[in-house]
Design a protein around this ligand. Structure first.
Ligand code: ASP
Length: 437
């Protein structure tokens, strides 16, 4: 059994957190590859090292002193080192990084040093070799992630029996440092898990897994024990977030489960994300895995007699959307109607032209525009096997006095989407949650 474990910024924010991480790693000898974030916040309002590094770089680039900010960075790293009683010479590393920033290091290079230094410290503390991510995570010179080149370098990682690897960054072909987007250590973890053919990718953070829904709306929301990759994709698209979205694809393709766990509560079961084919009977039968939702949609409903027989109606409608640079989130349709569900951000400033084009080119009988709509996705692979799910869901909404303005079901039948007025959003989520949880 081989495990890749990734620890997020809050898991490694202080010497005390390092001690928890050490205990977790020592508890299971399969935890051989350890990917780290930079130290994050220790308390609300605290600085993240990555943010401080970006600030230092920006100050240096505009010719200003970054001494004060850099002193905070040095203090954090020295504090961790001293708190752990290590004799590691972090000062020399800090001096070299300071010189690089003074000499015009890019924002990516500066920011990447948080993970680099944290990796160095953890490697010294655990007595596990340090492997620089720049040696195998590759980016093209245009800055995009080069998955093939990275995969080809998997042997570099596998050559290590155990390693501590900094997350978040890699190297371009021209040798310069490039980072993923913020939160990108999750991606490095997934790449390492795939490259080392790990049996599981453990992602250690400060929450005990994914909750069935937003706890700000349902404070008693239960943790999801197991979620499939497809379900998670639906939920995170609709606003649920714990992992960096791009961190899913390397492990998903390699059919490696992700186990989201809590460094501050290592005995909690956490959430297991599994390939769809690994879902057990229990998950297959479960009517609802999670509920997510987003506000800020407009629904444009066109009606026209005999619309379904009119050749090219949808084609023209799609052409209008494309020409106006708008993509519709969903397009539920009926015999005489088509609705466009559009994210307000995509529609902004384009409504008049869109309306005009639709009237001229599609000549609908009526157009109804509903703004301030929220979409709620009720997701579960078991839905298809539970014919009563829809009935339960709509009864719950009805009982809560929520009017569903729109109903749509994914063709993969693991997702029922309802559109409600924004003012009903939270009430609707609570109603659906309590109908199933
Ligand atoms: N330290 C980086 C950030 O704050 C990357 C990460 O934590 O995953 O975004």
């Amino acid at each position: 059994m081989v495990k890749t474990v990734k620890f997020g910024g809050s898991s490694l924010a202080s010497a005390e957190q390092f001690q928890k991480v050490k205990a977790i790693i020592e508890r299971d000898s399969a935890r051989r590859y350890v990917v780290v974030s930079a130290p994050g916040k220790r308390f609300p309002g605290d600085d993240k090292i990555t943010d401080l590094l970006y600030r230092c770089q920006a100050l240096a680039a505009s010719g200003r002193s970054f001494d004060a900010e850099y002193a905070k960075i040095a203090e954090r790293f020295c504090g961790i080192r001293d708190g752990l009683g290590l004799s590691y010479d972090i000062e020399s590393e800090l001096d070299a990084i300071r010189l690089r920033i003074e000499a015009g290091a890019s924002p990516d290079e500066a920011a990447s040093r948080g993970e680099y230094l944290n990796g160095k410290l953890l490697s010294a503390y655990l007595c596990i070799p340090f492997l620089d991510a720049a040696e195998f995570v590759r980016f093209r010179d245009d800055g995009t992630f080069d998955d093939n080149a990275t995969m080809q370098r998997s042997e570099t990682v596998k050559a290590y029996e155990r390693a501590v690897i900094p997350g978040f960054y890699g190297q371009k072909r021209n040798g310069s440092v490039r980072t993923f987007s913020r939160g990108g250590s999750d991606i490095t973890g997934a790449i390492v898990a795939r490259g080392t053919q790990s049996d599981v990718y453990e992602n250690w953070t400060d929450v005990s897994g994914f909750l069935m829904t937003d706890p700000r709306i349902v404070p008693e929301a239960k943790t999801i024990e197991t979620v499939t990759y497809s379900e998670l994709r639906e939920l995170s698209y609709m606003g649920a977030s714990v992992l960096h979205e791009d961190s899913i694809f390397p492990v998903r393709r390699a059919r490696i489960p992700i186990h989201v766990r809590n460094t501050n509560d290592p005995d909690a079961p956490g959430t297991m994300i599994v390939p769809d084919s690994m879902a057990t009977d229990k998950e297959q039968m479960r009517p609802l895995t999670g509920i997510a939702g987003r506000r800020g949609y407009t629904v444009i409903t066109l009606t026209k007699d005999n619309l379904h027989n009119e050749l090219g109606f949808s084609y023209r409608l799609m052409g209008i959307l494309a020409r106006n640079g708008i993509s519709a989130e969903r397009m539920p349709s009926g015999i005489d109607t088509i609705s466009l569900v559009i994210d307000d951000k995509r529609l902004s400033g384009k409504m008049d032209q869109l309306y005009h084009d639709i009237m001229i080119e599609c000549a609908p009988d009526t157009v109804e525009i509903a703004s301030c709509i929220a979409l709620i996705a009720s997701v579960g692979i078991g839905m298809v096997r539970n014919p009563a799910v829809a009935a339960r869901l709509f009864t719950a909404l009805n009982d809560a006095d929520v009017n569903a303005r729109l109903i749509d079901q994914d063709s993969n039948e693991m997702n029922i989407i309802i559109g409600v007025e924004q003012r009903d959003f939270e009430r609707a989520i609570r109603a659906v949650y309590h109908a199933f949880a």
